[in-house]
Design a binder for this molecule. Structure first.
Ligand SMILES: [Zn+2]
Length: 186
């Protein structure tokens, strides 16, 4: 533990001051292979290839002038079809505006009024934000479109009915786990 300080340049690698980014209207971005990020990798099909996602974090303000980040992630990720168990690429494109809170009190206040709020009292880890955003945008029960799926449709499944309307038990379990795992957020 000889190195207690970040390298010259001031900021810890991968972390950034969200309020400063917002105040300056600056952006961060890059590409990352999500097979190196355990939480997302667990949701991907096991393929040999990489799962490259491009990301961008734009600092700025919302319509009311409050500090905010706009987070964009996009890429093609290999998911495992829950019907035929084969891997297929799914295009992900997700953009979210995250309001910044300076402390817990502000977080609680904004959280009650707004959709997505981020506690930014300490430097944030860009990759964690990207990871969280991807986890939110991945389908719980990914499936091929019916016409492209080699497995026959289940008996009684009406044609043209989107699979999203019938989440698998696994999806429900995951949702429950997610809910009980964190603080209760509406
Ligand atoms: Zn399939």
């Amino acid at each position: 533990m000889a190195t207690g300080k970040a390298a010259a340049g001031g900021s810890v690698r991968g972390r950034f001051d969200a309020f400063r980014l917002a105040a300056r209207g600056e952006a961060l971005g890059g590409e990352v292979d999500m097979t190196g990020r355990a939480r997302v990798r667990d949701r991907l099909a096991q393929t040999a290839g990489a799962a490259i996602v491009s990301w961008r974090i734009q600092g700025g303000h919302d319509a009311l002038g409050r500090a905010a980040l706009t987070l964009t992630v996009q890429g093609n990720l290999p998911l495992e079809c829950q019907r035929c168990l084969q891997a297929f690429d799914t295009a992900i494109e997700q953009q979210s505006e995250l309001l910044l809170a300076r402390d817990e009190a502000e977080l609680a206040k904004l959280d009650a009024e707004e959709g997505e709020v981020l506690l930014a009292s300490t430097p944030l880890d860009a990759m964690t934000l990207v990871e969280d955003e991807l986890l939110l945008s991945l389908p719980f029960a990914p499936m091929h479109a019916e016409a492209q799926c080699p497995a026959p449709a289940q008996a009684g499944e009406p044609g043209g009915e989107p699979e999203r309307n019938t989440p698998s038990p696994f999806a429900r379990l995951a949702a429950l786990k997610k809910r009980s795992g964190g603080t209760s957020k509406e």
